[in-house]
Write a new protein. Structure first.
Length: 734
């Protein structure tokens, strides 16, 4: 005889509570194991001394991070219980057939043993559910779990199994609670069982089916869609300005198949595919672009300038446009943290703060991957779900070096701009920056057979060797996947602006802070450590002009070399606004949007960045100085490079004078300065010095480079070396 329905329902609810307990125990065990085994770093760098000092300096902040992680962990357990407990209900409700009262009494005698068996069973199921959920989120956003996923090819099997098993668990849970609901006698039991089925089905619909349905469209996003016209709207005095910056974007990686939105944007623009940066690192590059001044002039020569060097409001484009009545905003993820360090005059900012306390907090979160999975899912979810994360997790997620989700930036921009007046919005996308991670389905569609498994999900420039052509192809595939996801996000942003009519009165500027070396040669790695080749120096610069204001302007490709310093003067020319006299760039377009005649004999200058940590790109024969962990100090909570180290950094920098197709390199070594001349069109990797063949060119560029550096009073010649002039002695010493 079967057990009475009411007795079976009691057992079902008891088993459900045991399963909830098992989920908590499983979470504690798995998180303890991961905390002990996982080691985190910042962009591949770990310094135990800095960690110890930071832990001692920021105990309250780290305590808040820990509390937030615990809250997310509890939320994850409750979510897993709500969405998967139907498995337990199904097994517990339908799997018992007893012998009436005798069976119940017999079971009561064995209750302790039975309880223990059930606990073990539910704990085993709970651990499997945790691991499958974790695997499903790792497949969705592998950058969150890069150290774990890169350790062994077993992880790929785990991701593949989780991809299919997690939805199957949700389906089974919904069916399980549904069956219980249809058989339950009491209204409360039926209602709770139906609620369990709804929760499992809702999770499946919101997070799983939507991703599968949108996978193909995500890979083929269009630049803009059809939308209502705004041509009849009142024309303001000034148009909006949208600055789209993409970290590490190379012009040769833009193509209609891989980046349809960017390709279309360039086709609709006056496009300069040969724009050159002054320093291929993010903070100095943006400082140069937004002031139209090179690093020696604007003072931002490193990634970590002091506060005294970081106030560029009076020189920068945002402050200039704000004085004209513009609302100004900048939004970014990981690589845009420099916008919080350097003040350009943006009225609103949605950028990460990545100082020592945040780096330590990210390290703490990264060692709790189970909680990180739910945090990543919430952060990347549309609408209000992302706001459910407790502080300071949203800030930490935004600043994670191996995790970008560019689609969130469209919402950030919409929340930051004031559409009642003309606005300047800078949207800076981080994803193509190393370690080149992307989300599903982008990275899954670009995998190279035969490549090292450690490169399957990402590549940090400070770790691992690149041994084969397949490895190099895989790195290129990672980069293209990250760029494709960014392209899809830009397509979505432009479509949203089109749908509101704003795009029809917006100047859209596309550019990058620098390019990227993708292991084309042994030292063609990343950016900023050297000036070899043109991969890190050449970026796109495109101006898409609204036809409402520039009816005679026509899209065009201008192959001439230009400078990133030209972006600011060009925008002022388009706005018909007088430019500051200190700017060193030139206007590339006239007020009506037509390209202007460019000087033929223009020489461009560039310099390398500081050497932050050892990479294959750092020159072997160099003037050495300590790594960033020794150069840096904490200034009012900010990481800065101490001013006392700037003379050594300046003396060691490589510099270049570029007169296409020639590039002259200034390479200081401990014993002498080497001058090398290359024809970059015929010799893309700077392998053949042609100084002897073109001595006049070499001498001309050498004189120009010396003048470009020594025109600054704080620079001093010492033979061929460029040194920093010592501070003046106090008068009492004379």
């Amino acid at each position: 005889m079967a057990l009475p329905l009411s007795v079976r329902m009691q057992k079902t609810w008891r088993d459900a509570l045991l399963y909830l307990l098992a989920l908590f125990v499983g979470a504690l065990v798995l998180n303890a194991v991961s905390f002990a085994l996982v080691r985190t770093s910042y962009a591949g760098v770990t310094d135990e001394g800095a960690v110890e000092a930071g832990v001692a300096a920021f105990p309250d902040y780290l305590r808040r991070v820990t509390q937030a992680v615990v809250l997310v962990g509890i939320a994850e357990v409750l979510v897993l219980f709500a969405t998967t407990s139907g498995l337990v209900a199904w097994i517990g409700f339908t799997g018992r057939r007893g012998g009436g009262e005798a069976g119940i009494q017999k079971e009561g005698v064995r209750s302790a043993a039975a309880l223990g068996i059930r606990l073990v069973r539910w704990w085993a199921i709970a651990v499997v559910v945790h691991l499958v959920f974790w695997g499903a989120e790792a497949r969705r956003h592998p950058g969150l779990f890069l150290p774990i996923l890169s350790a062994s090819s077993v992880a790929e099997v785990w991701l593949l199994v989780s991809r299919w098993l997690w939805p199957a668990i949700l389906v089974a849970s919904a069916i399980g609670w549904g069956r219980v609901a249809t058989r339950a006698a009491r209204g409360g039991d039926a209602l709770l069982s139906a609620l369990g089925a709804i929760l499992a089905a809702a999770w499946l619909s919101v997070f799983e089916l939507r991703e599968w349905a949108g996978a193909d469209s995500a890979l083929h996003a269009a630049a803009v869609g059809s939308a209502p016209s705004a041509r009849d709207a009142v024309l303001r005095r000034y148009p909006n300005v949208l600055l789209l910056g993409i970290d590490s974007l190379r012009p040769d990686k833009i193509d209609p198949q891989g980046t349809p939105a960017l390709a279309r944007l360039c086709r609709e623009s006056v496009y300069f595919p040969n724009a050159l940066v002054t320093l291929p690192r993010t903070a100095p590059s943006w400082a140069a672009l937004l002031t139209s001044l090179p690093p020696l002039a604007n003072g931002v020569e490193t990634m970590f300038p002091t506060a005294a060097r970081s106030h560029l409001d009076e020189l920068a484009l945002p402050a200039h446009l704000a004085a004209l009545g513009y609302a100004t905003a900048v939004v970014s993820e990981y690589a845009g943290e420099s916008f919080g360090r350097v003040s350009f005059g943006f009225a609103k900012q949605a950028v990460p703060r990545v100082e020592l306390e945040q780096i330590l907090g990210q390290g703490l979160v990264g060692r709790q991957p189970l909680a990180l999975g739910l945090a990543g899912l919430l952060y990347t979810s549309p609408g209000s779900l992302g706001r459910a994360l407790p502080t300071p997790l949203p800030e930490l997620m935004r600043g994670l070096a191996s995790f970008s989700h560019p689609s969130v930036l469209a919402g950030d921009l919409e929340g930051a701009i004031d559409v009642t007046r003309p606005w300047l919005g800078l949207v800076f996308y981080s994803q193509p920056h190393f370690p080149y991670t992307s989300s599903s389905p982008f990275y899954e569609a670009r995998t190279v057979a035969g490549a090292d498994y450690a490169l399957r999900f990402g590549k940090d420039v400070t770790h691992g060797d690149v041994r084969s052509d397949a490895d190099r192809a895989q790195i290129d595939a990672l980069y293209r996947a990250a760029l494709a996801e960014t392209d899809a996000a830009i397509g979505d942003l432009l479509a949203r602006l089109e749908s509101t009519g704003q795009l029809e009165d917006t100047i859209v500027v596309l550019t990058a802070d620098h390019g990227e070396g993708l292991y084309e040669c042994p030292t063609c790695v990343g950016h900023g450590d050297n000036l070899r080749g043109m991969m890190s120096l050449r970026v796109p610069l495109a101006f898409r002009l609204p036809r409402r204001r520039f009816s005679n302007a026509a899209p065009a490709v201008v192959p001439a070399h230009v400078s990133q310093l030209d972006a600011y003067p060009t925008l002022l020319a388009l706005l018909d606004v007088a430019r500051p006299p200190v700017q060193e760039g030139i206007a590339l377009l006239a007020h009506d949007g037509a390209p202007v005649a460019l000087p033929r004999d223009r020489i461009f200058f560039a310099e390398s960045g500081e050497w932050l940590w050892p990479t294959p790109a750092v020159p072997a024969a160099r003037i050495e100085y300590p790594p960033i962990t020794a150069l840096a100090r904490i200034e009012e909570g900010r990481i800065v490079i101490d001013e006392s180290h700037l003379p050594a950094i300046r003396a060691a920098k490589h510099r270049a004078a570029i007169w296409p197709p020639f590039k002259l390199l200034y390479v200081p070594t401990p014993s002498a300065v080497e001058w090398r001349l290359y024809d970059v069109e015929k010799d893309p990797f700077d392998e053949h010095d042609v100084s002897d063949r073109y001595p006049e060119v070499a001498e001309r560029l050498r004189a120009a480079l010396r003048h470009s550096v020594l025109r600054f009073s704080h620079m001093l010649p010492a033979g061929d070396f460029f040194l920093t002039r010592p501070p003046a002695m106090p008068e009492e010493y004379y």
